[in-house]
Write a protein that binds this ligand. Structure first.
Ligand code: AMP
Length: 113
């Protein structure tokens, strides 16, 4: 399977990995939209939110906790940050491997564009 995020998780292509464990990897987004822009992904290939099953409930919780931990480490926990998961075309999903965008370090606008 030719998935760029699977290849990043396997370290087949370079990225700036900032966290990894048995089930998840986090790395710097190559096109950052804020001072902090990290992607948190499961190692397992899950294309979109719509492909999650009940068996993934714990995994999703882990992804959120990892994002929170990274936000704290970067000093944006108290200031505030945003977690974004785009699903399918109209939301702007371009990589079909589930990921959370951890974005912060500047004021955020609402609603998002
Ligand atoms: P999305 O549009 O929600 O699917 O987000 C995909 C994100 O992946 C975008 O923010 C891209 O900048 C980022 N991205 C694509 N390729 C790479 C890569 N090789 N390394 C790091 N980030 C990437």
């Amino acid at each position: 399977m030719d998935c760029i995020f699977c290849r990043i998780a396997k370290k087949e292509i370079p990225s700036k990995i900032v966290y990894e464990d048995d089930v998840a990897v986090a790395f710097e987004d190559v096109n950052p939209q804020a001072p902090t822009h990290v992607l948190v992904i499961p190692r397992r290939h899950i294309p979109t939110i719509l492909d999650l099953t009940q068996e993934d409930d714990a995994l999703v919780g882990q992804l959120y906790r990892i994002a929170g931990k990274l936000a704290r480490q970067r000093g944006i926990g108290d200031r505030g940050f945003r977690l974004v998961a785009n699903c399918n075309r109209e939301a702007g999903q371009t990589v079909f491997h589930l990921h959370l965008h951890l974005i912060g370090g500047r004021p955020m606008h609402w609603p998002p564009g």
